[in-house]
Structures are given as C-alpha cells and as structure tokens.
Design a protein around this ligand. Sequence first.
Ligand code: PMP
Length: 351
Amino acid sequence: MNYARPDIQAMTGYTPGEQPKGTKVIKLNTNENPYPASAKVAEAIGRAAQAGLQRYPDASASAFRLRAGEVLGVDPNWILCGNGSDDILTIATRTFVGENDAVRYATPSYVLYKTLAEIQGAVQDVVRYEADWTLGFEFAAPAERLRLAYLANPNSPSGTVLAPGEVAAIADALPCPLLVDEAYVDFADANCLDLVRSNERVMVSRTLSKSYALAGLRFGYVVAQPVLIEQMAKVKDSYNCDALSIAGATAAIDDQQWLAENVAKVRATRARLAAALGELGFAVTDSQANFVWAVHPTIAHEELYLALKEQGVLVRYMRYDHWGDGLRVSVGTDAQIDALLALLAPMVSRR
Ligand code: PMP
C-alpha cells in the first residue's frame, strides 16, 4: 500500500549529485570548494560546542544576521537564515505559492525549482534559455496566478550571468516576487543585491556552501525587504539553523580576507580549466561560477563521464530535454584539474 499523496507518488524527486565516501575520488561533480574553510570556522564551532548544546539555538540566528548585515550593508531585519539555501528556496515557495498557483523558472537551470513546484502542487511556467544562455522576454511576462519566479544567477549548469540591469528589468516587469538565486555569486563580477533596495519584490539568496567552502555545514540566507522577510519568517521551521552552524557561519562571513583569497584562487583555476578544455576541442561556456559547462561536438558526454569515473574522477553528466547534454566540471585544486586533463586528453584525441 502506498500511503503518499498521489502527486507525490507520481514525482521523480530531486536526486543530489553522487557523494562517494573516501578520499581516493577526485570530486568535481557538485560544485563544492576544494579548499578547507577558514580556520576560524572550526574554532567558533568548537567554542559553541564547549558552551553546551542543551538549549535551543537562537531561532533567528541574530549573531549571523548582525555580522552579515554589516558585511553586506543591509539592515539585519532584511536577512532570513536557512539550513542551506535549499531551505531558503523551500521557505520562499511555501510562503508565496499555493496549490494551482504558477511558478516560473528557466531551463536548463537548478533542478530543485521543479521539485519544489511539484511538492507545492503548483503549475510550472518553464521558459527555455536561448542557445546563448540569454532569456527571452517571456521570462518577465505577466501570467495568471504567477506567484514566484526563480532565477539562478550565475546559472547552473552554464555558469552564465544576466547583468544586474537585465535582472532589474525582469523584476520590474514581473507581477510577482523574483528570487535571484546567487549561490555562486561570489565567483562572479557583479551581484544583484542593490536590486533588493530598489524593488520590494526582489529576493537574493546566498549560500555558504560554495565560496565559503562549507557545504557540510548547511547554512544559507536570503536578503529582501521586511515586507517579504516577515512573511517568510512565519513559514520557516522554528529552529532551522542549529547553534553550531550559526557559530560557524558567523565566523565564516566575518573572515572576508579568507573569502577574497579563496575566490581569487578558484577564479584563476577556472580560467585555466576553461582554456585547457577549449584546447581539447570542447565548447566551454564563459563561466562566472566555480564550474564550467563543456560540450564536445562529437564525443558522447556520457561515455566520457563514465570513463573518467572509472579512473576516479567524478564530473557531472547532465542531460536536459529539448536542450542536449554536456559535462559540468567543478573547479578543483590545480592538481585535481591537472589530473582530470591528463585523463581527458587521450580520451578525446583518440577519436
Ligand atoms: N542554488 C543553486 C543554483 C545550486 O546549484 C545549489 C547547490 N546545489 C543551491 C542553490 C543550494 O545550495 P545549498 O543548499 O548547499 O546552499
């Protein structure tokens, strides 16, 4: 007997990227940071653990919001924290979208948007990216019962960005809140935080999983005007961020020097990786994130993915309906990228 709601039974569900255990695998498949986080994070977590965990944590993660508010130049009341930015996306969906309301997102993009819409029983209004990863005006067009739009910027898997001016135009035209998912924005040249100040329908979500090298900690946040934040605060789980992650995240955002150094390293390796894949014959999309999207004109991507996996290098093979497939390769350390390129070169030159 299957007791789940019929629409949940019919869902495929979101499958996260492979997470192999052990240290042998070179893991370039889920856009994690290859370097360990600032040492201050573990110190802060240790202190929080020492202080004891018998009490519930601060439900609104005030310590983080205060420090993040200073770093970002926004009032702490404009920030809501989550258990990773996936939690933020869930909270926003539950706050703004009811059953049979519509949500809009672009494709190919982050696959979780579809899952969240399905769980909510929402109608999906899906707009396809153009071949050059720009978005047509349909993305900004009004539609009946449209309650929320998600826009990953930088996008995944492409790593491409829409300029803040383009996002502003979309937000101004849309009749509903726009959630700009800036999971990868620290690796990019520009961000959309200023739009939050000028448009009360814009939300910007961020995560500590990527640029702060804390995917295992689970901490994300959203910045928006109080008119949106106050409603989302009613929907989130009471204690969605635990005391250890609040302490670690606060130390992480406090260490902006670590962030700047890390981002510089990742961007330098990204440029080298993109150039090298280009030399091997891949079309590599110009990326502003910590990964690149590589499409080979003749060789089957799935074969390459499997051959690399067999030799201990994990990249992400992605295939999208009506679009095509390719390999998404996260930026690792220079040594990891060298190992990948050494394996790939004979695979692609043999043809
Ligand atoms: N948005 C995008 C576009 C992502 O790729 C990811 C990572 N899977 C997330 C949000 C969520 O990251 P996290 O929950 O680790 O903050």
